[in-house]
Design a protein around this ligand. Structure first.
Ligand code: NAD
Ligand code: GLY
Length: 344
């Protein structure tokens, strides 16, 4: 299966379960981490035809998604004398694809990169669309570029070794896409078993197609791309308050989706029934939907640390029923605080 990301001269294909051989040419560096590398780097090496192939292995974890890992990657690229026509391959989850894309975008002013995402979250979201970057002490993904890969290869077989918690974290991003854009996908996820290979492949393909349409309209998040941040405004505060260790990103997004839905209910955008239906789907995959807010004022003020808050206004992405969205930046502080109080 192939889905095209249509971005004029930066267009590229996303293949699902089509990875057979990679004839690349020039030098190639595979960027991976200790866990994924141990599992899959040999398989990938066997598929690549290139002049020379190097492997850069980083430690595993979001805490290593920083500039010092980027330095480490760049140093290895210089030692291996990668050139302007060389290619990086990201083999791993979103942490690896975000860092590989960023390194590719700045090494000698930009070289090619290919994503081979190995988590569900990276297959349905992070590997597509060209957001790259790292975290720093001021927050997540604050340093980065928009830089598109040349191709993405999603292989569902890699997901077999994924711990179930990580799998569910990826499902949260798929539910996000369904609630925002696609009622049929939502019902499909309600009624199917994602342990079934075909069902899973369908969900990945649908999410990639939905993201392709959004990114083609708004590559650099001037408008509709912000809808992909549904649940994230709340999630970022939760992640920050729990030192990025309490929840996986997708788990925080699941709670954020539920919080956003409570706000949407107050504004009459969704019904109580729809709120419960979404909550039930999140719970079906073992995702958390609650978080104890200790101080609603502190939580509210933390919204403003997010890079997506513009001119001191918080932009909330909210559902309009299931399968449609709206963006609001004029919700009164009192209504938001009332919503946060429901989680005390
Ligand atoms: P991750 O990359 O940390 O992977 C999660 C864990 O699974 C890691 O321990 C990893 O080593 C392990 N793993 C990966 N593949 C595996 C496999 N096949 N089998 C067993 N273990 C495997 O986390 P993630 O959830 O993939 O990505 C989260 C990151 O993605 C965050 O940094 C987030 O900011 C970023 N992100 C980026 C975008 C984007 O558009 N660029 C979108 C969403 C999220
Ligand atoms: N994951 C959000 C985006 O790609 O814009």
């Amino acid at each position: 299966m192939q889905i095209n990301i249509d971005l004029k001269e930066n267009s590229y294909p996303v293949f699902i379960d089509e990875l057979k051989a990679l004839d690349i040419g020039g030098k190639v560096a595979i960027i991976t981490n200790s866990k994924v590398g141990g599992l899959y780097v040999k398989d990938i090496l066997n598929l690549i035809k290139a002049d020379e192939i190097f492997v850069v292995t980083l430690p595993d974890g979001e805490q290593y998604k920083n500039l010092s890992s980027i330095e480490q990657i760049l140093e290895q690229l210089f030692i291996s004398k990668l050139e302007r026509n060389s290619t990086l391959i990201a083999l791993g989850g979103g942490v690896i694809s975000d860092m590989t894309g960023f390194a590719a975008s700045i090494y000698e002013r930009g070289i090619k990169f290919i994503n081979i995402p190995t988590t569900l979250l990276a297959q349905v979201d992070a590997s597509v669309g060209g957001k790259t970057g790292v975290n720093n002490k001021f927050g997540k993904n604050l340093i980065g570029t928009f830089y598109q890969p040349r191709a993405v290869y999603c292989e569902t077989k890699f997901l077999k070794s994924l711990p179930s918690r990580e799998f569910s974290a990826g499902v949260a991003e798929a539910i996000k896409m369904a609630v925002m854009f696609d009622k049929d996908l939502f019902y499909f996820m309600q009624n199917s078993d994602l342990n079934d290979d075909e069902a899973l492949k369908n969900v990945i393909a649908k999410c990639v197609s939905l993201k392709a349409a959004v990114v083609a309209k708004d590559e650099k998040e001037g408008g509709i791309r912000a809808v992909l941040n549904y649940g994230h405004t709340f999630a970022h505060v939760i992640e920050m308050q729990t030192n990025y260790t309490g929840f996986l990103h997708g788990e925080a997004v699941a709670i954020g989706i539920n919080m956003a839905n409570h706000l949407a209910l107050k504004l009459g955008l969704i019904s109580k029934d729809e709120l419960e239906t979404v909550k039930k789907l999140l719970c079906k995959f073992g995702l958390p939907v609650n978080y104890e807010i200790k101080d609603e004022f502190e939580f509210y003020n933390a919204f403003f640390l997010d890079k997506k808050s513009q001119n001191s206004k918080i932009k909330f992405i909210l559902p309009k029923g299931i399968g449609d969205f709206c963006m609001k930046n004029d919700i009164s502080k009192e209504i938001v605080l009332d919503t946060l109080r429901e989680f005390k």
